[in-house]
Design a protein around this ligand. Sequence first.
Ligand code: GDP
Length: 177
Amino acid sequence: GNVLKARTIAVLGSREVGKSSLITQFVGNRFVESYQPSVETTFRKVIRYKGHEVEAEIIDTAGQVEHSILSFTHVVGIHGYILVYSVTSKQSFEMVKIIRNKILNYSGRESVPIVLVGNKMDLHHQRQLTFEEGKNLASHWQCAWTEASAKNNDNIIRIFKLMINEMEKDINPNSKE
Ligand code: GDP
């Protein structure tokens, strides 16, 4: 039968890449143009996927990553990471690489469950990163990846399904996919 599992997911990335927007879209099904929390916020949502029932605790790290860059508290008790860049910002792409290194350093592990997300895919004319650049980085990291638009609600549910998949693989390496 289904057992409700608790999983904690941290959403990390540069300021303004759309972390809060994608969480808000997923949890509350809305896009709030002006929503800008300045403190860390936690959201909860039960996700049902492939027979798994997961009570997800989703941490919006709210721009703390930028200067102090990730503390130990962003690693302890975290089951999975959503690393967000914006396809309109090369700088944000460099930032996810720095963040991943920090996570691996702090956790002392060679890999952790990660979903790499290229957000703002709706902004075609402002692209600084191709589809392939994101895809290649994910295959190099052997993690999941998708482009998304928090604004248009494109691929937002997919992000969290991929996250569940990655966390299950980590906890039960014999499971398929
Ligand atoms: P955060 O600092 O990473 O949490 O980013 P926010 O969620 O606050 O978003 C930063 C800005 O980008 C806001 O003005 C959002 O409205 C906008 N934004 C977020 N996601 C998207 C998206 O997918 N497409 C577009 N066009 N704008 C977005």
